[in-house]
Unconditional design. Structure first.
Length: 439
């Protein structure tokens, strides 16, 4: 038999309790040790140690919801197209003699592009000129004969029938002379067509036919030599949905926004690698019907392009004026959280207590989200630390002015401004409020 002594010290009083017991068998020893440590834990738990203080309220950043006059812009994907696009084709047959431009250069109206061998047409022109001279001489002779016939008839030396024959000869000579004039003009046209010039100002493509090739001219099957597209100004073509078309029509009927058919409504365009919408233009065309296969209608804007940056064929983002002016509440998009299908924000009252407000968001305007319902303007909205906020609990607000907070560059850039936001658009990864937290 073995004797075991265990001492237990009380942390509060400093007293020592000693327990002595004997180990008769191994199972009984385990039971006694277990009981000993259970008593020790109970003594420690019953001590009068004070509870730790509660954590301080979480710190959050709040900005006031602003109320101001705004106009909505609808965003579309557009495609740039030239105002003028010309296919340069030959109008006469012949061998290509020379090319007078560099591929891709800017050409002016009347600049020489191609020359077709003019020698055959020069010869035809010379023949026509000779025939014109001969017809002119024949006409002069016929007129002199008619004058002499008139004198002879007055003297009684010529019959009426013979005089009429001389008079008809003059008319035939005049008709032949006019025909030769027309042939000369035709020959001059064909000779001029051997020099192919640019009909517009713009950028020329590459030469599609090399020097020495035989090309075909005429109205049909004419050889395509190159193309020229204008650059300044330039068109931007886009399609709007049937829903947008009906909305614009009703706005025009109410007088809230003029129709783009009658008014050059402003548009803004951005290339895919640009921030914002730096290129300004106006609407200049709306189609007269919707495409029944897609349910869309085509619109077109025109933009100045003095530096030629806007190139035909590029896809761009286009913003079109989508409403008239109205008063709206705006907040940073970062303040909006999502509770399943509902959007919400946290507002802080004068006592620092958080409350949840369910809102209906609209488009983004000037980097701020329009709130159609749920806020009245002036509320202190949480923009940083949303994850730490619970409805009905106190927080430590850091009140900041909206513009000062925006200038810090913390707000994410908007990605779209068209219509209502999608359920996943610009969502802040905020924790959804618990059931019964709605304030």
């Amino acid at each position: 038999m073995q004797r075991v002594s265990v001492r237990v010290t009380d942390s509060e009083s400093g007293g020592i309790m000693q327990v002595v017991f004997r180990l008769r068998s191994f199972p009984h020893a385990l039971i006694r040790v277990f009981c000993l440590f259970s008593c020790s834990a109970l003594l420690l738990a019953c001590s009068d140690e004070p509870e730790p203080p509660p954590p301080p309220p979480p710190s959050v950043t709040v900005v006031p919801a602003t109320d101001r006059t705004v106009r909505e812009w609808d965003e579309y994907t557009g495609r740039l197209e030239p105002v003028d696009s010309v296919e340069i084709r030959a109008r006469v047959d012949g061998y290509l003699e020379s090319v007078h431009f560099t591929d891709g250069q800017i050409v002016e109206v009347g600049d020489l592009l191609f020359v077709i061998d003019p020698r055959p047409y020069q010869a035809i022109h010379d023949v026509a000129k000779a025939e014109q001279a001969r017809a002119s001489a024949a006409l002069e002779l016929a007129r002199n004969d008619l004058k002499r016939a008139e004198q002879a008839r007055d003297a009684g030396g010529m019959t009426t029938e013979e005089f009429e024959t001389r008079s008809t000869g003059v008319m035939q000579a005049e008709a032949e002379f006019q025909a030769t004039i027309a042939r000369v003009r035709s020959a001059e046209l064909d000779l001029g067509f051997t020099q192919i010039r640019s009909p517009i100002r713009g950028r020329v493509s590459s030469d599609l036919v090399n020097v020495g090739n035989l090309i075909s001219g005429g109205a049909s099957n004419a050889t395509l030599l190159t193309t020229v597209v204008s650059l300044d100004p330039i068109h931007c073509v886009f399609t709007a949905s049937e829903q947008d078309f009906l909305r614009y029509s009703r706005l025009a009927r109410r007088g809230d926004r003029p129709s783009s058919r009658e008014t050059a409504n402003p548009v803004e365009v951005s290339l895919l690698d640009e921030e914002g919408f730096p290129h300004k233009g106006t609407m200049d065309f709306v189609d007269n019907r919707l495409d029944p296969s897609t349910g869309t209608i085509e619109g077109r804007a025109i933009l100045p392009n003095p530096d030629g940056l806007l190139t035909p064929g590029l896809f761009v983002r286009l913003r079109l004026l989508g409403s008239g002016e109205y008063q709206a509440v705006l907040i940073p998009d970062q303040a909006i959280g999502t509770d399943q299908t509902r959007k919400f924000v946290f507002v802080i009252d004068s006592e620092g207590v958080a409350a949840i407000r369910y809102v209906t968001p609209g488009p983004i305007i000037d980097g701020l989200r329009v709130i159609r319902s749920g806020l009245e303007g002036g509320e202190a909205v949480v923009v940083e630390g949303v994850q730490r906020v619970r409805a009905g609990e106190r927080v430590t607000p850091d009140q900041q002015e909206l513009q000062a907070w925006l200038s810090r560059g913390l707000m994410p850039q908007p990605t779209t401004t068209q219509g209502e936001p999608s359920p996943t658009e610009s969502e802040t990864p905020s924790e959804a409020p618990a059931a019964g937290d709605e304030g």
